[in-house]
Design a protein. Structure first.
Length: 167
């Protein structure tokens, strides 16, 4: 690639040219203390969600507690919010969303809550404004399901768990 072409490509990457436009998500603060989702870095896929608590909350070992974020949002049609664990919180404190991945549908307008589960043998404390999960906005396809009497055959066929590693 010619030097000038490379410069143009680098400039486009830095300014975001050629990328799809950012999606606007309306967020409603439900309490005065609620914090908006925040990206940890420029290229992070997830937006950190914060515990909107008046005081620390103790999560007993192997139990789940609903933690408020203090926000509600309008996700555009065709997208959903996937609520994932924060890797550091899961690895260091053994805290993760109880359902592993939460789903915030585009037609949901209630408060975003995180069912935080303690996988450890020790009580864990969640403090106000602690980052408790991350949300990734993901597009989805609308599909319909058709009942059939037979399915097309494939090399894998009905091979289940572990079957793809043995071909």
């Amino acid at each position: 690639m010619h030097f000038c072409q490379q410069m143009a490509v680098n400039e486009a990457r830095q300014t975001g040219a050629g990328r799809a436009p950012d999606i606007q998500i309306q967020v409603k603060r439900l309490t005065e203390t609620a914090k908006f989702p925040v990206r940890g870095s420029r290229f992070a896929a997830g937006y950190d969600l914060y515990a909107d608590l008046k005081e620390p909350v103790l999560i007993p070992p192997h139990k789940t507690v609903m933690i408020s974020t203090g926000i509600a949002a309008a996700i555009p049609e065709g997208y959903f919010g996937a609520i994932f664990a924060r890797s550091g919180l899961a690895a260091k404190q053994s805290l993760r969303p109880a359902n592993c991945v939460g789903v915030v549908d585009s037609d949901y307008r209630g408060e975003w809550m995180v069912a935080l589960h303690n996988d450890s043998d020790e009580p864990r404390e969640v403090v106000p404004m602690e980052r408790i999960a991350q949300c990734v906005i993901i597009p989805y396809l609308s599909v319909s399901f058709e009942e059939v009497s037979e399915l097309s055959d494939t090399e894998r066929s009905a091979g289940g768990f572990g079957s793809t590693g043995s071909m």
